[in-house]
Design a protein around this ligand. Structure first.
Ligand SMILES: [Zn+2]
Length: 351
């Protein structure tokens, strides 16, 4: 009885839910729920979630209204705009461009401002009979006097990257939402200097490989809610770089920003549609898999293939997740925090 009541309440919350827009970059579809919102606000959501360039004719003031799921981008926009015209040009270099105008495309001179959706709390929502789990992710950028550590929050747009990751984890009905980025400082000044010294010419690669992890663990402060919330920390770069890494002892996914810097154009727009983009989403989704207690597997096409196998044994990575992996990850997600040994153990391991 209590259970029935809970489900009814959840359904109700969803129906009453705030305006929302979910972008599925690979399928190029939208889930939308807007009730009589100003056009510019709607376009701001699109810009923020997709990373597209969006221009509008000044003075267009219609209200948009609609609710649907999995609608191809152009169809979705057409439905929402009614009689207003638009042009959607997908581009490989520098992102897609959306132009909205009443009669003449040249009148669309105004850059739309991003609208950032409210950061969500942990939530279980019943959608079409499936319990979807929303996991908020805290984002931190390193602030440091050392160029190798100091990360610029304006240089990296994580939203399109999250859209790619969410598309991969949709199979498990898990959804990650970004919180507003915060700055973070190194815990230990001597470790900070030691890290910066790894970039000096003449430091042997073997030395870097041996010490990088130890130094990084000292540079990274312990989060007060370690194991109770998901964290991504951006550092400017790494001497022995990888796309990202999950550090179980810290409960943190660490990402070098310079890997992304190469993938965004000078305006900070993600090159959506390029194969590289998905490769990066794959990496974040893979590290999130570790945070969700998953180990490596040796299965062609699986998300959790070890990077070393990718290079050596000819086993290709992919985005597949087995039923067992989905169940494990969901059990971890229900704890509201990532796997941190001794703090938030794996629910399935009986630790
Ligand atoms: Zn891995």
């Amino acid at each position: 009885m209590l259970r029935l009541f809970t489900i009814a309440l959840l359904v109700c919350l969803y129906a009453e839910g705030a305006d929302s827009l979910v972008w599925h970059p690979k399928a190029r579809t939208f889930d939308l729920n807007f009730r009589e919102r100003p056009l510019n606000e709607f376009l701001g959501y699109i810009k923020s979630e997709t990373g597209w360039e969006v221009k509008v004719e000044p003075g267009l003031s219609q209200l948009v209204d609609g609710k649907f799921r999995g609608k191809p981008a152009a169809d979705a926009i057409r439905l929402m705009l009614g009689g207003t015209q638009f042009k959607l040009v997908p581009r490989i270099q520098g992102g897609t461009r959306l132009t909205v105008y009443s009669g003449n495309i040249k009148a669309a001179t105004q850059e739309v401002q991003s609208v950032v959706q409210d950061a969500a709390a942990f939530e279980e929502t019943l959608i079409e009979g499936e319990l979807q789990i929303t996991l908020p992710v805290k984002i931190h950028y390193f602030k440091s006097k050392y160029a190798s550590i100091n990360a610029d929050p304006n240089a990296t747009d994580l939203r399109p990257l999250f859209a790619g990751m969410n598309e991969i984890w949709e199979v498990a009905n898990l959804r990650f939402l970004l919180n507003q980025p915060e700055l973070i400082r190194a815990d230990d000044a001597s470790a900070e200097r030691e890290y910066a010294n790894l970039f000096k010419p003449g430091v042997p690669k073997a030395y870097v490989r041996q010490h990088q992890s130890r130094i990084l663990h000292k540079v990274l402060p312990d989060m007060p809610d370690r194991g109770k919330a998901f964290h991504i920390v951006l550092i400017y770069t790494m001497p022995d770089a990888f796309g990202a890494v999950y550090l179980p002892a810290k409960g943190v996914i660490l990402m070098p920003q310079v890997k992304f810097a190469k993938l965004i154009d000078p305006n900070g727009v993600w090159k959506d549609g390029s194969p590289v983009f998905y490769a990066q989403s794959n990496i974040l989704a893979h590290e999130m898999g570790h945070a969700l207690s998953l180990n490596h597997v040796v299965t062609q096409g699986n998300l959790m293939i070890d990077g070393r196998f990718r290079e050596g044994l000819g086993i290709g990575p992919g985005v597949d997740l087995s039923l067992e992996q989905v169940e494990k990850a969901r059990n971890q997600a229900k704890t509201k925090g990532p796997y941190v040994p001794g703090v938030n153990p794996k629910p399935d391991a009986g630790e």
